[in-house]
Design a protein around this ligand. Structure first.
Ligand SMILES: *[C@@H]1O[C@H](CO)[C@@H](O)[C@H](O)[C@H]1NC(C)=O
Ligand SMILES: *[C@@H]1O[C@H](CO)[C@@H](O)[C@H](O)[C@H]1NC(C)=O
Length: 304
């Protein structure tokens, strides 16, 4: 099925929201990734971030930042972030040793300082979800401790970008969102062009990309698009699982691929298309995730 924009009026609106707590992503196959595979997965993401900052800070000068109305102190902070990512790379390389994967080639979406800022926010936020989602596969305690220490820095960076720079919320809800390895890979692989064939294969696969209209907000009914050609048999009823924190909110997807975004959502949300109204596991994932960031209380008012 190739999903195209519906030409009909949106007659079907999700009438109910099936609220359900979904256990943080568990893999549905029996192959448990090894510590080295997980560390190489983390290193792949750190290489990606490192390349993004190296390239971005080469492309955009201090004057470019100022011209984009970014504060004079902002670019220096990104230099610090770039140094952190470079340090994460060398740290993981030293832990993994000779099996450490090499950097890939990338195609980043940023074209100016502001899209550099929003891409940076997305990369750091997905990084947090990657580390928290992957933690369950680490068996060695010092790996768990060091990846927790990296996770915390990525969370601070993400919070700094969205609050100090984008003037929006510094956090999401009481819980951040641990993401399934394949869901992380679906987001990350979108900017990866190719990787060295000598790299250790990662225990991940990407699902078809899912996109929401730009600026979509909670409470709105919007049309989503995804390429479900790879799905062998698309079941009659699909859902959008809005994964946020330790749970997900399931909303039926209409036949025209429209969905009502729950008005209760705050902060960063990872929607996926599922064939289940209760699970967000790999075996029910049809497409996605997408990355949505709903700003709330941006002016500091206690509006809720
Ligand atoms: C998906 O995998 C889970 C185990 O992770 C299993 O409990 C569930 O029944 C599977 N669902 C389908 C639709 O195969
Ligand atoms: C959809 O998937 C098919 C098969 O994988 C591919 O050939 C096509 O280019 C994809 N289209 C889009 C828009 O991603």
């Amino acid at each position: 099925m190739k999903v195209t924009p519906a030409s009909v009026t949106l007659l079907v609106v999700a009438a109910f929201h099936d609220l359900c707590v979904a256990v943080p992503a568990k893999r549905d196959d029996t192959s448990i990734p090894t510590d080295i595979q997980i560390l190489n997965f983390a290193l792949t993401l750190e290489h990606l971030e490192n390349a993004f900052y190296t390239q971005g800070l080469e492309k955009y000068t201090q004057q470019d930042f100022l011209n984009a109305d970014l504060p004079a102190w902002a670019r220096g902070r990104w230099n610090e972030i770039a140094q952190h990512e470079s340090t994460h790379v060398s740290f993981l390389e030293s832990v993994i040793g000779e099996q450490a994967v090499q950097p890939c080639t990338y195609s980043f979406p940023d074209t100016d300082p502001m899209s550099f800022v929003t891409t940076s926010f997305m990369l750091e936020t997905v990084g947090v979800s990657a580390y928290s989602g992957a933690a369950q596969f680490l068996s060695q305690s010092d790996y768990i401790t060091s990846s927790g220490a990296i996770l915390a820095v990525e969370a601070r960076q993400s919070a700094w970008i969205n609050s100090a720079i984008l003037k929006a919320n510094p956090w999401n809800t009481a819980f951040d969102t641990p993401l399934d390895l394949n869901h992380v890979w679906t987001l990350a692989s979108g900017v990866i062009v190719s990787c060295p064939s000598s790299n250790m294969p990662l225990p991940v696969k990407a699902f078809p990309a899912l996109s929401f209209p730009a600026g979509a907000q909670p409470g709105q009914t919007v049309q989503v698009s995804f390429n479900a050609t790879m799905v062998p048999s698309v079941p009659p009823q699909l859902y959008v699982a809005f994964i946020a924190g330790l749970g997900a909110t399931f909303v039926p997807l209409s036949a025209q691929n429209t969905v009502e975004i729950p008005s209760t959502l705050q902060g960063v949300v990872f929607p996926i298309i599922t064939s289940s109204s209760t699970a967000v596991t790999d075996n029910v994932t049809i497409a996605g995730p997408a990355f949505l960031s709903f700003h709330f209380k941006a002016d500091g008012e206690d509006e809720l």
